[in-house]
Design a protein. Structure first.
Ligand code: F0G
Length: 458
């Protein structure tokens, strides 16, 4: 008989998690004003709120922590990290930051001016925030296939070259500081960008003299999809693919909390000395000296090891096949999910799951709350609460999709947990016709409401 797949690691340390009763969960939800961000982690059995900074480090990473060099300037841990980043990306200069959005803040301070246009693919919320706070505009040029959850295009993160060139033609070059390629696209379902598309984006941008930067939070997962899905790439190593990916850009921002396999951290890497110098000044103002930028030496040491581990095929196969395992279970149960299954998360389409809940009563939030009530699983709403109000009219903005994201932390849960999650969601699905009412807002802040909004049953 063929041997089944098994993870290429064993577990050395465990953390107990509490399995609560439905009664407890209903009480806690009410106290949390029906906002899952307000729950204490001790009230959560399986936490799928995010895959950011929530994964498990390896024994080698824990070992590296002990070797951290905490010197303010020129620490050896910085050197190790710089060497690793150079090996993986080919970018010469490195600026550490405390997390991904800090890398955006530093780099964008050096590059973006009032009135600029930043084209890209499904810019992440904080990325968009850092563009808009500078009175610039993010223009989404993702291919149309990305917006049909049943379209099986293998690279739904790809940039539409026509849309991009259109931007390049409409606006003068000096208004476009760079094009931002997000790998993988979190906001459109953890979907990858192909090597072919990266190359074409770079060639097109070169013709117009516009630099290309990567938002690389999940770059290794993107490389895995290239190896698995792109013609002619199947025999290459992940590290080799990463090197080619980054050769089609001028630099990157990174949230190390994802494919850096650490709990906190970020960085900028790039080749242009002038931009490096300009960004260095902002690093010193916002983050710390340029050889630590908000990170402890030991965290840089663990990150150097994490980046090497994350770019190994065996690690990625275990990681992404677990997400796929959960996605396929849900598909088997008839649950509407975004396809193909993404690298870091499964996204449930709540408009098809809960057709009786009106959009004014937040169907994705309602579904997330039902899943928590059912089994103590915490997810996150990617729908109308997140889309927030129009700044001018103050009306709710209704996005095309109302999704519930099940983000899977790296190396943290087993496939028994995945079975438990799938069963819980199946139970909610079986009683979906009884769920006819959603929630209404009792309090919300001016912006970024989904983090702190308070709700009651409608
Ligand atoms: N870019 C992408 C594509 C992201 O997904 C994130 C964070 C960031 C940038 C910002 O990085 O959190 O280190 O400041 N995504 C997390 C999530 C928060 O839950 O998807 P950060």
């Amino acid at each position: 008989m063929d041997l089944p797949y098994a993870e290429p690691f064993r577990i050395k340390m465990i953390e107990e998690i509490y399995q609560s009763t439905r009664e407890e969960r209903e009480k806690w939800l009410k106290e949390a004003n029906y906002n899952l961000f307000n729950l204490k982690s001790s009230q959560v059995f399986i936490d799928l709120l995010t895959d950011s900074g929530t994964g498990a480090m390896s024994d080698r990473q824990w070992g590296a922590l002990m070797t951290g060099d905490e010197s303010y300037a020129g620490s050896q841990s910085f050197e190790q990290l710089q060497q690793t980043v150079q090996n993986i990306t080919g970018y010469q200069y490195l600026l550490p930051t405390h997390q991904g959005r800090a890398a955006e803040n530093v780099l964008f301070s050096a590059l973006i001016k009032d009135g600029d246009i930043v084209p890209g693919n499904s810019h992440f919320d904080t990325t968009k925030g850092h563009i808009e706070i500078r009175k610039a505009h993010a223009v989404d040029c993702t291919i149309d296939e990305a917006f049909d959850i049943n379209d099986l295009h293998p690279f739904k993160g790809n940039i539409c070259l026509k849309k991009l060139e259109n931007i390049y033609k409409i606006y003068p070059t000096e208004k476009i500081p760079f094009c931002l390629v997000t790998i993988t696209c979190n906001s459109s379902g953890g979907q990858p960008v192909s090597l072919e598309n990266m190359k074409a984006v770079k060639e097109l941008s070169d013709r117009y003299g516009i630099p290309v930067f990567f938002d690389s939070a999940r770059f290794a997962e993107n490389a895995y999809f290239i190896k698995k899905r792109e013609k002619g790439q199947e025999n290459r190593s992940i590290k080799d693919i990463c090197k080619e990916m980054f050769s089609y850009g001028d630099g990157m921002t990174m949230s190390s909390k994802k494919d850096g396999l650490v709990n906190i951290g970020g960085f900028i890497a790039l080749n242009n000395k002038e931009i490096f110098r300009a960004a260095s000044n902002f690093t010193i103002i916002y983050e710390g000296f340029i050889t630590y930028g908000g990170m402890a030496g030991r965290d840089m040491a663990a990150l150097a090891v994490g980046l090497n581990e994350a770019t190994e095929f065996a690690y990625l196969e275990a990681r992404i096949s677990q997400v796929e395992y959960l996605g396929n279970k849900l598909i088997e149960y008839g649950i509407p999910v975004q396809k193909p299954i993404g690298g870091h998360a499964v996204f449930i389409d709540s408009l098809h799951f809960l057709p009786h809940v009106s959009r004014e009563e937040f169907p994705a939030q309602t579904l997330g709350l039902e899943i928590y009530k059912e089994a103590g699983i915490r997810t996150v709403e990617i729908g109308t609460l997140l889309a927030d109000r129009d700044p001018q009219t103050r009306e709710n903005r209704y996005p095309k999709l109302e999704l519930v994201r099940l983000a899977i932390p790296r190396r943290t849960y087993t496939n028994n947990h995945m079975d438990y999650i799938a069963a819980a969601i199946k139970n909610v699905y079986e009683r979906r016709n009884e769920i006819t009412r959603g929630y209404q807002i009792t309090w919300e802040p001016e912006i970024l409401r989904h983090f702190t909004v308070q709700l009651e049953e409608a």
